[in-house]
Design a binder for this molecule. Structure first.
Ligand code: NAD
Length: 482
């Protein structure tokens, strides 16, 4: 069948290739369910070839001066910018993320390469003067081949940004693209083929089993960086542990509280909650501010404002410039989200949404209206499980200690936000809440350079910062007799 993007290859050892298997994954546009292209369903053999190519390329890549490696990373950033318009259109059709907001992802993609290219001279060790008999120092060395496994929610941004730190530290990479929305990673494959030496980046498309699992188990891959769900993160830790000793970092899900104290401006806090939900990605964002915990005295005002703001969101085809929210990413994910919404309807009070938007344009595609639940209570599934969709909940509180207990009453610990004018109150919450990233009087305040990562079941290891760069190196102690 002729499709808009046709058959798109993987990148192995500098060659654009369809691999050794004969199975394909057809990508459907989630706004229309139309097939728009295909990628090979990669095999464990493809992963083995990609890893061998990465291992062969690594010594020469690590031997380049930081200026030479940095120049290649900056060239990748420029190559991304040159194809930005084309990638935005492809990504909107492939992922359902709205085209109007994809500029953010494209900017982040190129910015990461420039940021880590500029940070490379910070990969350095220390000297120790405790013994006078010689010279004692630490060196930082790359792991060798790094495996990176990418989720569906920002496919292009993750398939690019996740390369930057491992490459800057002197590693080569085998990256797996997501099986839904796999097309934009094939552009990354073309850009890497054009800009980098063969084998430095290898991109394998396919399903978690066998491709992701083969990466997690490959004995030559000693460092894995994973972004995705908790269940898969645990599976990767198990598979890694069964193969060889590996360093695994995990960026996983969240059920992020946004806490509103009685002295806050309820409308400003509600607006920040809506911004933090990332409706442009239909709420499919790990850091979504989906769980509003509001003091009793402001609960009615916050509910009214949230309902007004959610009702005004223009839902439509992600490729339409006017759309503020598109569909969910796949049929499988839509079904999961709708099941959890049905559970929520049985547990809590549905204020708004909860169904497929009305109209002919929503007869096909994976839709859910912006959805708001109130009267949510501790212990409900809708209060504890990550929905990963355009769904917000409101839970009231009256006692601060009880509220802080509720805030931590999920297995997660990714982001949190606190709204108050009282700095002491804000800091009590900052200290008490289990989260890797906490905003006070705002949302979406993260920027590259500040660590992003979770605690508890939300993950291990901060990314997008110096700590991420260093996490792609090992420390070696060197003792020299003088
Ligand atoms: P997922 O775990 O289903 O899939 C992620 C990737 O893992 C895909 O490429 C998939 O093919 C692969 N995979 C699946 N099974 C595997 C296995 N057994 N071994 C190895 N790889 C396997 O996640 P998803 O549905 O694509 O993404 C949504 C999740 O990602 C949400 O929970 C979200 O919160 C999380 N996420 C977290 C962050 C963060 O920075 N913390 C960012 C984005 C998304």
């Amino acid at each position: 069948m002729m499709t808009a993007y046709g058959d798109r290859p993987m990148l192995i050892g500098g060659d654009l290739t369809f691999g050794v298997g004969d199975e394909w994954i057809t990508s459907l546009n989630p706004s229309t369910e139309k097939p728009i292209g295909r990628v090979p369903a990669g095999t464990a053999q493809d992963v083995a070839r990609a890893t061998a190519a990465a291992a062969a390329a690594q010594p020469a890549w690590a031997a380049l001066t930081i200026w030479e490696r940095g120049a290649r990373l900056k060239a990748l950033a420029a190559a991304i910018r040159a194809r930005a318009q084309e990638v935005r259109a492809m990504e909107a059709a492939d992922s359902g993320n709205t085209i109007a907001n994809l500029g953010n992802d494209l900017h982040k993609a190129s910015n990461h390469f420039e940021y880590f290219a500029g940070l490379m001279s910070e990969v350095k060790g220390e000297t120790m003067s405790s013994l006078s008999s010689g010279l004692h120092m630490t060196l930082r060395v790359p792991y060798g081949v790094v495996g990176r496994i990418v989720p569906f929610n920002h496919p292009f941004m993750f398939a690019t940004a996740n390369l930057a730190a491992p490459l800057a530290a002197g590693n080569t990479v085998v990256l797996k693209s997501p099986e839904t929305s796999p097309l934009s990673a094939t552009v990354v494959a073309e850009l890497c083929r054009d800009v980098l030496p063969p084998g430095v980046v290898n991109i394998v498309s396919g399903y978690g089993l066998p491709v992701g699992d083969a990466i997690a188990r490959h004995p030559q891959i000693r460092r894995i960086g994973f972004t995705g769900s908790v269940a898969t993160g645990l599976a990767i830790q198990r598979a890694a542990a069964e193969s060889t000793v590996k360093h695994v970092s995990l960026e996983l899900g969240g059920k992020n509280p946004l806490i509103i104290f009685p002295d806050a401006d309820p409308e400003a806090a509600a607006d920040a909650a809506v911004a933090g939900m990332n409706f442009a990605w239909a709420g499919q964002s790990c850091g979504s501010t989906s769980r509003v915990l509001v003091h009793d005295s402001l609960a009615d005002a916050v509910e009214k404002r949230l309902a007004e703001r959610l009702a005004a969101i223009r839902v439509g085809d992600a490729s339409d410039d006017a759309s503020q929210m598109g569909p969910l990413n796949s049929a499988l994910h839509r079904d999961r989200v709708h099941r959890l919404v049905a559970v929520g309807k049985g547990e809590a009070r549905l204020v708004l949404g909860g169904g497929v938007p009305a109209g002919r344009s929503f007869e096909r595609g994976y839709w859910l209206e912006p959805t708001l639940f109130a009267d949510v209570a501790t212990g409900m599934r809708i209060a504890r499980e990550e929905v990963f969709g355009p769904v917000m909940t409101i839970q009231r509180w009256s006692d601060e200690a009880e509220m802080l207990r509720i805030a931590n009453d999920t297995p997660y610990g990714l982001t949190a936000a606190v709204f108050t004018r009282d700095i002491d109150q804000a800091f009590r919450a900052v200290r008490a809440i289990a989260a890797g990233v906490i905003a006070v009087n705002g949302s979406r305040m993260h920027f590259v350079g500040a660590p992003f990562g979770g605690t508890r079941n939300s993950g291990l290891g901060g990314e997008e910062c110096l700590e991420e760069l260093l996490s792609y190196t090992e420390v070696r102690a060197v003792h020299i007799t003088l």
